[in-house]
Design a protein around this ligand. Structure first.
Ligand code: GTP
Ligand code: SPV
Ligand code: MN
Length: 596
């Protein structure tokens, strides 16, 4: 195992980890199918994973986490920058030396009787100028097999890294999955992540939120690029021209759905297509031509299972038909396949639910989530190459030029279906003030507006005031080549609480207006908050949707927005002196415009 690299910084860190964790064995994951097949067999032998029906779901496996370990834990996530000030008002902070000592005490000796897996991985296509390397050590085969789907894994990563010290250290130790001792810690100045006492996705697949957002957002600030919680898609028109857009929505607000949506039939017939580049994270840099280029640093989709079906997201479902790992869904014991609420209307009669208990449809009570067969945050880990609409650019390192950036969230009232910001700085203001309503699935009250700037509230690795300033700075550098910035809201509701806009594939009608605005071919009305489409400019062909209703969800109500401006002012207070003056000016402009 000593031969796997000559990089002195890598070897020194591995030695340190071995001394701390005291594993019985050490295995370097080289990326070979042979090695992975042996690990799958071992995980099945120990019961860590279950092999699913090879005919119906070839290469697919099932895994259950502990019931106390089913989601990201924001209250136990820390940004351990040297100065407290640099973590800012939106992150938990702890002094790095204190936190290292505490975490090392928790992790010390916990690999005893276990194997230490060393996973060299690349975020982004190996060798791409936009890609970055990481090494995760873990005592979980489940983590190894998920990382193999979600990132590019193997010793080729180390060949490209050479002797460089520009790589991220990731220590994961399951320990005994004790929620009282669970910590997810980022040390941005040390390129280091430590995660203990969890075995759930976003907490332990350290390439994803911990590296690709928390550490990378900090690196982007220092190095002049951006790491964002954004999907990336290409919209192809009948002339074969593809326009790329990136969109930031908070967790469970529709990124995977939009990234893979199927346009309405009349647009498909005309030749419109959607190509998926990424569904969760975008890394963006200014290219040689001065435009903003984005790559998806991931290699797979870690998607929400419940609600995914042939109608709601055909392409996501198709992506899960082979070489996929399912976590915390239900097993259909009759044919050894999987099921979740919203997959189809035929729940299995003879099932095992996500906690491992027998389950049948008579046990299901809609109002009581504890009776569901699948956990509401159950997930699939599917290779991106499985996606029928994966973009030809996905695996290319150069990235795609972004024409539009779209912000969005769940707002029952207030925010129109779509509007365009007046310019980049105004768009940064829109992103910084972004908010989304909490849902019944999340802890706490329902329908409460939580400010989630750029959908990065749980993922920004430094002071959010500095993050806003970095966005403004990027706009200056991009000048007239900057993407146009928009805001969307698919979630307006009527008085009975029903969604007004049909959403999903019909969101293509809104995307077409956005692309036409980028090309200068669509009209708009200027309002207090920005440019709103004329109702006639959203194509409603073949849709049973009344133009008056459309007008109602495009309207900008000044009284409602005056209240909104007051709430933004309150939200801004927590950033103190770090709030860029430009954003305060933007707020004053909005206040004046809605008071007219
Ligand atoms: P994360 O993986 O947690 O980051 O979530 P995500 O942003 O990728 O969200 P996803 O696409 O998985 O969708 C979350 C939920 O929103 C699902 O229940 C979807 O059915 C629902 N949803 C997605 N798009 C729409 C839409 O256009 N309209 C409505 N009403 N619901 C939608
Ligand atoms: C999210 O919560 O935004 C996710 C899932 O994409 S996790 O990987 O758990 O962060
Ligand atoms: Mn996400």
């Amino acid at each position: 195992m000593n031969k796997f690299t000559k990089n002195p910084t890598v070897l020194a860190w591995i030695d340190e980890m071995k001394a701390l964790l005291t594993p019985d064995n050490v295995v370097v994951i080289d990326g070979s199918e042979e090695q992975l097949e042996a690990l799958r067999a071992e995980a099945c032998a120990t019961g860590e994973m279950i092999k699913l029906n090879e005919e119906k779901l070839p290469g697919c496996y099932y895994h259950r986490t502990k019931p106390n370990d089913v989601a990201r834990v924001e209250d136990r996530t820390f940004i351990c920058s040297r100065e407290k000030e640099n973590a800012g008002p939106t992150n938990n902070w702890c002094d790095p030396q204190e936190m290292y000592a505490k975490l090392y005490d928790i992790a010390r000796g916990t690999y005893k009787g276990r194997t230490m897996y060393i996973i060299p991985f690349s975020m982004g296509p190996i060798g791409s100028p936009l890609a970055k390397a990481g090494i995760e050590v873990t005592d979980s085969i489940y983590v190894v097999l998920n990382m193999v789907i979600m990132t590019r894994v193997g010793t080729a990563v180390l060949d490209v890294l050479g002797d460089s010290n520009d790589w991220v250290r990731g220590l994961h130790a399951k320990c005994d999955v004790d929620p009282e001792k669970r910590y997810i810690c980022q040390f941005p100045e040390d390129n280091t992540i430590i995660s203990v006492n969890s075995a759930y996705g976003g907490n332990v697949l350290l390439g994803k939120k911990c590296f690709a957002l928390r550490i990378a957002s900090y690196q982007g600030w220092k190095e002049g690029w951006m790491a964002e919680h954004m999907l990336i898609l290409g919209l192809e028109n009948p002339q074969g021209e593809v326009t790329y857009v990136a969109a930031a929505f908070p967790s469970a607000c529709g990124k995977t759905n939009l990234a893979m949506m199927i346009p309405p039939a009349y647009l498909l017939e005309k030749g419109y297509k959607i190509w998926t580049v990424g569904d969760d994270i975008a890394w963006m840099r200014i290219g040689a031509d001065g435009r903003l280029y984005a790559i998806n640093p991931e290699n797979g989709f870690f998607g929400v299972a419940p609600g995914t079906n042939e109608k709601s997201n055909f392409n996501a479902l198709a992506s899960t038909k082979k070489n996929t790992i399912f976590t915390n869904v239900a097993i259909n014991n009759d044919d050894n396949t999987v099921w979740w609420e919203g997959l189809d209307k035929n729940p299995p009669e003879n099932a095992t639910e996500w906690k491992g208990n027998p389950w049948n449809p008579s046990m299901f009570v809609k109002a009581d989530k504890t009776t569901y067969a699948a956990h509401p945050n159950s997930r699939f880990t599917a290779p991106a190459v499985n996606c029928p609409c994966i973009s030809a650019e996905f695996d290319k390192g150069a990235g795609v030029p972004i024409s539009a950036i779209i912000f969005g969230g769940r707002r029952a009232k207030c925010t129109p279906l779509v509007y365009q910001s007046k310019d980049w700085n105004n768009g940064v203001f829109v992103g910084s003030a972004m908010a989304s309503e909490t849902t019944a699935a999340a802890a706490g009250a329902v329908g409460v507006v939580r400010r989630d700037p750029m959908a990065m509230l749980p993922f920004c690795g430094y002071h959010m005031g500095d993050y806003f300033a970095h966005w403004l700075e990027m706009g200056k550098k991009l000048g007239d080549k900057a993407p146009k910035i928009f805001n969307v809201n698919w979630f307006r509701t009527d008085d009975e609480g029903n969604f007004i806009w049909p959403g999903f594939g019909d969101n293509m009608r809104v995307l077409n207006w956005i692309v036409d605005r980028c090309n200068g071919t669509a009209d708009a009305v200027e309002t207090a908050i920005g440019f709103v489409p004329k109702a006639e400019d959203i194509d409603l062909t073949d849709l049973d949707f009344d133009i008056e209703t459309l007008k109602s969800i495009l309207a900008v109500d000044k009284d409602v927005w005056a209240k909104e401006a007051a709430e933004i002012e309150e939200h801004y207070k927590k950033f103190g002196d770090k709030l860029p003056a430009e954003l305060r000016n933007q707020l004053e402009t909005l206040k004046a415009a809605v008071a007219e």
